[in-house]
Ligand binder design. Structure first.
Ligand code: GLY
Ligand code: MN
Ligand code: MN
Length: 468
């Protein structure tokens, strides 16, 4: 008898006990599980495969979902499939491999999936990550094939053919195929735009729930507990409820924490009299994500310095939004917002040089207070299509159907000696998700206002709302 190496406690390995293993393999009813596939995914992903096929005539292609990352022992981090595989198939199962083999003028697609481990099969008793005894019944491969309208074969039948294959690397690594997929994903089709609208709608509901929870978050400070953490939990719970999960680590930053761009540790208090910056996005069940930021006074009233900073960011926000249209470049958007910021900083005597010098390529002094860019593409990934060559060229122009974030900010760190004391510790970011349209743009996250008083009123209006 082998000992149970999984628990390491010298216990008998149940799977190796013949009587037990035999009995466990019998008398189970079959459970049919229908894969969760968002309506329209079959047609949309078939069109995506056709676009990829066109790009690589005569070449075999392989794209992998990846598997769950081990945490320790038999524990895994939550699995989230690689976005390219999702874009091409709609499949959310781990360890999936899509192979496109040249055929005629195009390609034949086969999706290889691991088979679920059923009663009586090897691993049923002790494969804690695949056996339906441990993880629950999973869809049969035939159910995946029907749901996705694609040929599905067992992963065990995938024969590696590294010589002729393009792709086949771990997800997310660079290469010709990764770059091509990032470029193909830049312009969203109508089905993708509908998914993004849903993700944004759920995100607005998550912000509303967070706003309704502000009194609880404030009160936690009396017990030495973190209101930021409470609100992060509120948003994240709604992301789980309304979508898949969050599209990135939720940022809830009270007071001076807002000046730290990626404050996702969220271990501070939520204090009346301070601002609260929230940057959060629900990832829809289709795995498209929103990315929205709002900054508002915890008690509903801006102090004069807070309002001044907020108004300057808001003016920069409007300037960048107005510049979004087909043909605009990211650099132009950054300059539109940057010039407003630079002029405002100059008026406050915070620029060591003229506005023109700050705006010059060799200057950029204003960006001490906004070191990030003006935004990024948005889609299946929060920083979508980063591998696209398009993203690397400063003159790459926006096109109709692209979705970008516009997210100017001002970040005055509490220990920044260039800033007068009344501005230290104020951080503001205002972030919307914006569709490039033929005539300009559409603000997809307009349901949450950005004008200072309208936003404070919207936050106040959520108080007392029932959760969800
Ligand atoms: N939340 C990440 C970003 O705004 O880019
Ligand atoms: Mn963003
Ligand atoms: Mn964001």
């Amino acid at each position: 008898m082998r000992t149970d190496t999984r628990t390491g406690r010298g216990l008998p390995d149940l799977a190796s006990i013949a009587g037990f293993a035999d009995a466990m393999g019998r008398d189970w009813d079959r459970v049919r599980v229908t894969p969760r596939v968002v309506p329209g995914a079959r047609e949309a992903t078939a069109a995506h495969r056709a676009r990829l096929s066109e790009r690589f005539p005569g070449r075999a292609l392989e794209v992998r979902s990846g598997g769950a990352f081990p945490r320790n022992g038999d524990q895994l981090f939550p699995f989230r499939p690689d976005s390219d595989l999702v874009w091409l198939t709609g499949c959310t199962a781990p360890d999936a491999v899509l192979v496109l083999r040249p055929s005629g003028a195009g390609h034949d697609a086969v999706l290889y999936l691991p088979t679920p481990i059923l009663p009586g099969e090897p691993g049923f008793i002790d494969d804690v990550n695949r056996s339906e005894l441990w993880v629950g019944p999973a869809p049969a491969l035939s159910d995946w094939a029907e749901a996705l309208d694609i040929r599905v074969l067992p992963l065990s039948e995938l024969v590696p053919d590294p010589a002729r294959l393009l792709g086949g690397r771990a997800p997310g690594t660079s290469g010709e195929l990764v770059t091509a997929l990032a470029e193909l994903r830049l312009v969203k089709d109508d089905w993708e735009l509908a998914r993004l609208r849903e993700a944004i709608e759920s995100t607005v509901r998550g912000f509303a729930a967070l706003a309704a929870d502000l009194p609880t978050a404030v009160a936690l400070a009396d017990r030495g507990l973190s209101g930021e953490r409470w609100l992060q939990g509120t948003f994240d719970r709604h992301a789980r409820l309304l979508g898949n999960r969050t599209g990135y680590g939720t940022i809830v930053a009270g007071g001076s924490h807002a000046a730290t761009l990626h404050w996702d540790r969220a271990d501070g208090a939520v204090v009346p009299g301070e601002l609260l910056l929230v940057d959060a996005g629900v990832e829809d069940t289709s795995l498209y994500t929103a990315d929205v930021s709002r900054t508002f006074p915890v008690d509903g009233r801006f102090t004069d310095p807070q309002r001044a900073v907020y108004e300057l960011v808001h003016a920069a926000h409007r300037a960048a939004m107005e510049a979004v249209s087909p043909g605009s470049t990211h650099v132009q958007l950054l300059e539109a917002a940057g010039e407003v910021i630079a002029r405002g900083l100059h008026d406050w005597d915070l620029l060591p040089v003229s506005v023109d010098e700050a705006m010059s390529e060799s200057g950029q002094h204003h960006r001490r207070y906004l070191v990030c860019g003006i935004g990024h593409h948005l889609g299946l990934d929060v920083h979508d299509c980063g591998a696209a060559a398009h993203e690397l060229r400063p003159d790459s122009a926006l096109e109709q159907g692209m979705v970008v974030t516009i997210e100017p900010g001002l970040y005055f760190h509490a220990h920044d000696l260039t800033v007068p004391p009344e501005l230290r510790g104020i951080g503001v970011r205002s972030e919307d998700d914006v569709l490039v349209t033929a005539g300009g743009h559409e603000n997809l996250s307009v349901a949450m206002p950005t004008e200072a008083d309208a936003l404070a009123a919207w936050i106040a209006a959520q108080l007392g709302n029932p959760p969800v």
